[in-house]
Ligand binder design. Sequence first.
Ligand code: FAD
Ligand code: NAP
Length: 353
Amino acid sequence: MTTGKPAGQAIRKNVPLHGFNSFRVPATAACLAQPRTTDELQAVLDQAVHCPGPLRVIGGGTNLLIVDDLPGLLLQPALEGIKWLGRAGEGWLLRVGAGICWHELVCHCVARNRPGLENLALIPGTVGAAPVQNIGAYGSQFSDVCDSVEAVDLNTGKSCSLSAADCRFGYRDSRFRQEPGRWVITSVTLRLPDHFAPRLDYPGLIQALGSRATAADLSPAEVADAVIRVRQSKLPGLGPDEPGSAGSFFKNPVVALTQVEALQARWPKLPCHPLADGSHGKLSAGWMIDALGYKGFRVGDAGVYARHALVLVNHGQATGRELLALAREIQNAVQAEFGVWLEPEPLIWPEPV
Ligand code: FAD
Ligand code: NAP
């Protein structure tokens, strides 16, 4: 029986990418493959020589800005499966295929009353991408629950398992981001805690939970529901009626506390969250962009989301280059006014030279 779908090791040519990126910008991939198993992945890698140019890995395309056609091979791992491996010490281990939708995994866990992922509800994209920028929200991040990451090392062609320490996780960072083109993540192994210790540091989340925030019987599902409500009220969804986006376009800059003092002397309301090292603080990029009047700003179909200044949006027909030009304008304006350079969070493809 045939399913009508191309086999996972098949390489398709000249594939339009409009439906492969949440900005919904037009571009074409010279070659695209969607392996569903490690054997199919190996078969694709064996044929990659027929796709001249770089090999890139894409998940849901929700953290990318594609500004031009992509030569080479675009690989979208479609490995499935959520497997509970059993108890380990005071927690539970589970292995999850790279192609699983991250939010589906969160729902799977909270439905079983397993804590650990609730603050990360509704983050778009795949499980395989979660370690890449060490996804985070509301004070939790992927590294909090990472036991190991299974990946193919394209330098050697071999599969390996990287411990959480090997992954060199940082704030929205990991070795996978630092070594682009080296790794194809095939699955992740999570270690979820036995006991629920709610993380409720963010005022927006506490407000959404109301009196339940301090309830002794608060559940992971309630926290996930509150996270979903807050996110839906502030962020564009991925549906066709919503503007295209990649979530936050800029990282919150981390600067020395001495610089924070100088900045806050001029802008007393500029929010800053001190880091544990005692010498740096995390500034709010969104506040600076908003202070410059960019919220809701628009050049053609490229714009800044009216409900969230950190989010760049495609109102319809914007190209990747137009969105990049708007991002550059904002970076320059923030640099000129605050003396701080905002780093983009999404990957820009093809990589700027
Ligand atoms: P892609 O965008 O396809 O790829 C991102 C990077 O990961 C690329 O470098 C790609 O090469 C690499 N990659 C993807 N899959 C693999 C793999 N299997 N092996 C190796 N490398 C791989 N992010 C947050 O951290 N917190 C948030 O709260 C958040 N909110 C968002 C809200 C919205 C509305 C949107 C659109 C985005 C948001 N994001 C957030 C960004 C995005 O959801 C995450 O970065 C997510 O992990 C990207 O997943 P993806 O599968 O779409 O990855
Ligand atoms: P928010 O709750 O309005 O907070 C604004 C900013 O202040 C956030 O960027 C957050 O930093 C920081 N912050 C707030 N309370 C903090 C605390 N107690 N300790 C340390 N930092 C604190 O933010 P929001 O924009 O609505 O987003 C809510 C969460 O979802 C945030 O964690 C954000 O990172 C995440 N998110 C991420 C994306 C993305 O694409 N990456 C998109 C939407 C939302 P952090 O950003 O470092 O947490």
